[in-house]
Write a protein that binds this ligand. Sequence first.
Ligand SMILES: Cc1cc2nc3c(=O)[nH]c(=O)nc-3n(C[C@H](O)[C@H](O)[C@H](O)COP(=O)(O)O)c2cc1C
Length: 338
Amino acid sequence: MTGRPLNPALPENPLLRHAGITVPLICGAMYPCSNPELIAAVSEAGGIGIVQPISLTYVHGYDFREGLRLIRRLTQKPIGMNALIEGTSRIYRERMAGWIETALEEGIRFFITSLGKPDWVVARVHSAGGIVYHDVTERIWAQKGRDGGADGLIAVNNRAGGHAGPLSAKALIETLEEFGLPLICAGGIGTEADFTAALRMGYAGVQMGTRFIATEECRAGAAYKAAILRAKEEDIVLSERITGVPLSVIRTPYIERRGLKAGAVARWMLRGRRTKRVMRAIYALTSLFELKRASLDETGQREYWQAGKSVAGIDRIEPAGAIVRRFAAAIQRPDRPD
Ligand SMILES: Cc1cc2nc3c(=O)[nH]c(=O)nc-3n(C[C@H](O)[C@H](O)[C@H](O)COP(=O)(O)O)c2cc1C
């Protein structure tokens, strides 16, 4: 593999400096798969685990502050928080602002915003001495992130689990480099070779989701984890049926029965200016419920499982910390052929 040097000590790596960590590896927020034990294990091993507030409270049943304190009892190392900031609901925004305040009070200083314009989060977090990275899939969203004052960009590519973007990791870095912000590669990283390749491409770090579901600490059901181990890259499909926008899921008989496209009524509603909001709210609520139920289900009946194309390199369930340490070791051997 050619490209930029790996820079193993990474003393000037901006992600390490910004997040206060030792391995440039983020365990991305995952609704419904982010639970305290997983977040803590990644941070404890030198990466950084990101709290997803709705997953912490609604799926895993913690009061938000108590959940953060539980993570703190498991690790003293830095953790981060994801703020999904969509502009339509005032109630949701107030709830999110409250979660950000609580997170700051509990010592969190690294935030990842998704969707929307992050300016109000950046203003609040910067005033407390913290850092905000913004999730983007295309140039236009990166512009919003930069204009909103973000300190870095999480570049979500077309191999990612969750809401994948349209561009490859390479195309994204070429598009986003002009902003002069640290870039993190999100999507398709499952092995050490994927990790070192992303760093060589020029990314300051990576954000992984799918790989961390197949861990001992993740509380997703056994059937979900087994499906990740079994799945091949071509088993990952994009479904609009869950949130109204394409979401990467494992193709299962259940997914095939439901179809991948939004239904006719939903499509019609998404076209209207007013009805669009209603439809989005319906999607938001039903998807929260359905994804929660499917992820915790032990019967294998509800095969609504999000995963990205990194499934190709995932062949065992292991402790999350072991993954971080394996990846850290890979960048200590810069001359290793990938
Ligand atoms: C099950 C699942 C749930 C996710 N939920 C969220 C989320 O709530 N918020 C968010 O910003 N990103 C979410 N993501 C995206 C991840 O944070 C990360 O960017 C992505 O998983 C990287 O791609 P990978 O799965 O190929 O590693 C989710 C991803 C997965 C697999």
